[in-house]
Design a protein around this ligand. Structure first.
Ligand code: TXA
Ligand code: MG
Length: 332
């Protein structure tokens, strides 16, 4: 495969995974990984995930392969779960942002698994987008953002999961979900047989449903070019009034809704999203890219339900938003 030669020579290759497209380099080659940071405009303080295609390679990257890691890997790998563990000496500083830990995952994408195996070294790969923008879920999205900046793309279809992996920290006494994803905290708690913490919230095996405290300050990330407002409304006129207060012309607005809530007739575009978290997640970035391409200046997304199954979607929407209504109120 040409991609193998390019990676061996220190090149950058965009690769498909089941979550989003990644921008890969040889994880053992500090110079190659540095190029990833340059191309993405990524702050050097943000570590990148190392992708493996065997447990043997995973073990080469860490100081100690723990019992927890063994359990989670045997249940969820290959799959959308990144394990944060103490790093080994083989991992260069640039990969871990100088920190003592490394994030590792085995992606479930046959082409990329084969590529990693043929390389014989693991691949450091963040999502293949310019820093803070929406992650690519199709090769076209990668080309739009990265053409001319990278050496090749390994082409495949759309990413079936469409949201980045769950990142779980196994280095402290209490296991902590650092980034929610398709694998939920309750799935992890169940496999480990111990409570799992979610930011400042302890999530136990039994807590499959329930309200969560809202994550404090909005840290804009995963963001489309247009301004995204995450809102709750029940009548079309109510939304019209909110948008009028914001000084936004309705024709310039795209609305993403998943329920049957009424929307103003004059809205520029209404996208009906699936009322199912897995299907919604698979489509979200694709729709945000579509809004960017069409040049919509304002995107209104309907608040999604406050239960754990929607956690990853709520997280991404909140981070993409310039403004969010509170959404941690239990339905009455
Ligand atoms: O699904 C995914 O994870 C995709 C595909 C390509 O695998 N990758 C991805 O990478 O989303 P990136 O760089 O866009 O996001 C990596 C996340 C960041 O939030 C980063 O801070 C966190 O993982 N991370 C990586 N290494 C870490 C570490 N050692 N400790 C804590 N967080 C880490
Ligand atoms: Mg990213």
């Amino acid at each position: 495969m040409r991609a193998v030669e390019l990676l061996r020579a220190g090149g950058l290759v965009a690769v498909p995974t089941e979550t989003v497209y990644g921008l890969a380099a040889n994880a053992f080659d500090a110079k190659a990984v540095m190029r990833i940071f340059e191309v993405k405009g990524r702050p050097a303080s943000n570590p990148v995930i190392v992708h493996v295609a065997s447990l043997e390679t995973a073990k080469q990257c860490v100081r100690k392969w723990s019992e927890r890691a063994e359990r989670l890997a045997s249940r969820f790998w290959p799959g959308p779960l990144t394990l944060v563990l103490g790093r080994s000496e083989r991992i260069p500083d640039v990969v871990t942002a100088g920190g003592p830990t490394v994030g590792i995952r085995w992606p479930a994408q046959p082409l990329t698994e084969q590529l990693i195996k043929m390389c014989g070294f693991p691949l450091a790969a963040p999502s293949a987008n310019i820093s803070s923008r929406v992650s690519p879920t199709r090769p076209e999205h990668v080309i739009a953002q990265m053409e001319g900046l990278i050496d090749a793309i390994l082409m495949a279809g759309p990413c079936p999961i469409g949201l980045e992996s769950t990142v779980v920290d196994l280095t402290s006494e209490v296991v902590k979900v650092l980034r929610p994803g398709a694998i939920g905290p309750q799935d992890i708690a169940e496999v480990l047989g111990e409570p799992v913490e979610l930011s400042d919230i302890a999530v136990r095996k039994e807590d499959v449903e329930g309200p969560l405290r809202s994550p404090g300050l909005l840290n804009r990330h995963y963001a489309p070019k247009g301004s995204l407002y995450l809102l709750r409304w029940s009548r079309a006129e109510e939304l019209e009034q909110r948008l009028a207060l914001l000084g936004v012309a309705l024709e310039k607005v795209v609305i993403l809704r998943h329920s049957g809530v009424p929307v103003p007739k004059q809205a520029g575009l209404v996208i009906q999203m699936p009322f199912d978290p897995l299907e919604y997640g698979a489509q979200l970035y694709e729709q945000l890219h579509r809004c960017d391409e069409a040049g919509f200046e304002v995107i209104v997304a309907e608040l999604v339900p406050a239960d754990l199954r929607w956690l990853a979607i709520r997280d991404r929407l909140r981070r993409a938003a310039v403004f969010a209504d509170e959404n941690d109120v239990r339905d009455t």
